[in-house]
Ligand binder design. Structure first.
Ligand SMILES: [Zn+2]
Ligand SMILES: [Zn+2]
Length: 227
């Protein structure tokens, strides 16, 4: 029955590429090849900035001494296409993109991380965002990523109570996030890959990581895109 329903849906509303509208896949191979991938061999190993392997202008000790003490990678540079892709997934409800985005993220993870980790977790959506979208987009993405990497997906963070980050500047974001994340349970022995959609200032990742570390976990961070 599922297959027949799928076939009917496919005839009435054929799957189209989120970027170029070509029929066939949620992201066609041409558009997938055109995305701006970040290379972790060249990127800053601490914050994931594009060319920071030797010297990073984002997390130089003079600028952000207390931030980014844990490792972080991002899969894509945040371009117009990346923005459309993420918006189509989380705001237009194209949930099938979770498998595509998870594959992009899985490719960006250093192989040593996959040997190190014993779980994947995610920055939970606020209750309001979850209600608005009808799903927690990072939870679904974490499930897809965990499945593709053969790791368990762990719900480790409670939904944050912070205001919407998008309207805030860097300093406000940091203040807004402080103490807003808490772990659901003690996490001793957990080595978690914590994922989020976009790394902007790193404030969200920092605060979410701190909450997990306080509960006893070790954390490495990965995001789909980096602004
Ligand atoms: Zn396309
Ligand atoms: Zn850096």
């Amino acid at each position: 029955m599922g297959l027949i329903a799928d076939a009917i849906c496919e005839t009435l509303w054929p799957t189209r590429c989120a970027l170029c509208d070509a029929p066939g896949a949620v992201l066609c191979t041409r558009c997938a090849a055109r995305l701006d991938y970040l290379d972790f061999w060249r990127a800053c190993p601490r914050c994931g900035a594009a060319f920071g392997f030797l010297q990073c202008d984002h997390c130089t000790p003079l600028v952000n001494k207390e931030e980014h003490t844990r490792l972080c990678v991002s899969a894509l540079r945040y371009t117009a296409d990346t923005g459309v892709l993420i918006k189509t997934y989380k705001d237009k409800g194209e949930q099938r993109l979770s498998e595509t985005l998870a594959a992009i993220l899985a490719n960006a993870l250093p192989p040593s991380w996959l040997r190190w980790a014993n779980g994947v977790t995610y920055v939970s959506a606020t209750k309001a965002a979850r209600r608005r979208r009808g799903f927690d987009h990072m939870e679904l993405l974490a499930r897809s990523l965990a499945g593709q990497c053969g790791l368990p997906c762990i719900r480790a963070l409670n939904p944050p109570t912070a205001r919407d980050q998008r309207i805030l500047d860097r300093a406000e974001r940091k203040r807004n996030m402080q103490g807003r994340f808490t772990a659901c349970e003690p996490l001793p022995g957990r080595r978690l890959i914590l994922i989020d959609d976009v790394f902007t200032t790193g404030a969200t990742m920092d605060q979410a990581s701190i909450a997990l570390e306080r509960a006893g976990a070790q954390v490495r961070c990965a995001t789909v895109a980096r602004a």
